[in-house]
Ligand binder design. Structure first.
Ligand SMILES: [Mn+2]
Length: 376
């Protein structure tokens, strides 16, 4: 028994911080997620698909996005379960209420746990829905799966913790659920834990949408052992009744499905040009320029140099003035006086002023020493 677990597609996200053309391209790529997952479901030959919520980013969803999702879910050709989350909560006008979903798709519509039995798989799926953008109760409160030898799965959107506005799931409730696996959604980084016999996991979002969603993104393939049966044979008599060893998750495997990755990378400002890759990377990269530098790096020029090598690139200046410059603060000269003044302002000023003051120190030094025009 094998299942695919994915969540938090956030289809039709606005994707700020990119040019209009590139954000349109990213929206198209996001819309391809369901088709990529359908392909993965086929390759892995899964029996079941669990999608615990936030498949849409919000109420404004393009009809073609909904159609693309419905088409991909139909292609999966196995039972698919959706547990609407806080971004795509179930209500009368939600796309989930429309009559376009294929027969193999079950959408949970109630805040209380409902069960769908799959006798052909000896398996039951328990799920629920957000019906508003927030809920403060624990959706698993009071739930215990029956001890009937079936595989009991949870499909729920919420945050593991004792309180919160997004369906807080108390680890104690997870333990009491005695479920074999809890497929969760809401947290955008992959992660898992165990509460009693219950393995719970977040697959994370399948495609990053900003520099707070870094690295490879994907889905989980979870494999369960067949109920192991141990036959004990006595030498003379008939075989004794088989002993069930129980059904346990064998493995939850993370599979990247993302088209691109967001990365944040520190690099010495002086080595930036040499650090650029050959050819064009599909990634979206933010470089943090570090090290000591007498002059502020020309961010616009460096960004233009880097642009052909990435889908998207941006630079942040984190360089500092060389230490030996501050050493000259003791000099009995205009430069010394200037540096003393700037250092005292840096020491006493708020952190928010730091960048501006460092830039002022650089301009000032350049002017005092008749150096080159360092304006970018
Ligand atoms: Mn959410």
């Amino acid at each position: 028994m094998k299942l695919l677990h994915a969540a938090d597609f956030h289809l039709d996200s606005p994707l700020s911080g990119l040019s209009p053309e590139k954000s349109a391209q990213r929206r198209r790529e996001l819309r391809e997620i369901p088709a990529r997952l359908a392909k993965l479901a086929g390759e892995e030959d899964v029996d079941l698909v669990l999608l615990p919520g936030d498949l849409f980013d919000g109420g404004r969803v393009y009809p073609e996005t909904v159609r693309a999702l419905a088409r991909a879910l139909e292609e999966m050709a196995v039972p698919v379960f959706i547990a609407p989350g806080n971004h795509d909560y179930f209500h009368a006008k939600s796309p989930y209420a429309a009559a376009l979903w294929p027969d193999n798709v079950h959408i949970f519509t109630q805040p209380d746990l409902q069960v769908v039995e799959l006798p052909q798989l000896n398996c039951a799926v328990h799920g629920c829905a957000f019906t508003a953008p927030h809920r403060e109760d624990d959706p698993l409160q009071g739930f215990t799966a029956p001890d009937d030898g079936w595989l009991h799965l949870l499909c729920v959107h919420g945050e593991v913790g004792v309180s919160g506005s997004y369906a807080p799931i108390d680890p104690k409730s997870l333990e009491k659920s005695r479920a074999d696996y809890a497929a969760l959604g809401h947290i955008h980084a992959a992660g898992s834990g165990k509460a009693g016999k219950t393995l719970w996991a977040y697959p994370g979002c399948p495609e990053g949408r900003g520099f707070d969603e870094l690295g490879p993104k994907g889905a989980l393939i979870v494999t369960f052992h067949e109920p192991a049966q141990l036959s004990v044979t006595s030498p003379d008599g008939p075989a004794m009744a088989p002993v069930e060893l129980g059904t346990v998750p064998a493995a939850a495997k993370f599979v990247p499905v993302c088209r691109r990755q967001y990365r944040v990378q520190s690099v010495e400002a002086s080595a930036f040009t040499d650090s650029l890759p050959q050819g064009e990377s599909s990634d979206l990269v933010r470089f943090l320029l570090t090290g000591e530098s007498r002059f502020a790096p020309d961010l616009a020029a460096l960004a233009a140099q880097a642009a052909p090598h990435f889908f998207h690139v941006e630079l942040r200046d984190q360089t500092t003035l060389p230490q030996d410059l501050w050493a000259r603060a003791g000099e009995d000269s205009l430069t010394g006086l200037f540096l003393r003044e700037m250092r005292s302002r840096l020491d006493s000023g708020p952190e928010s002023e730091r960048e501006k003051l460092l830039l002022a120190a650089r301009f000032g030094l350049a002017a005092l020493e008749g150096g080159e025009d360092i304006r970018p």
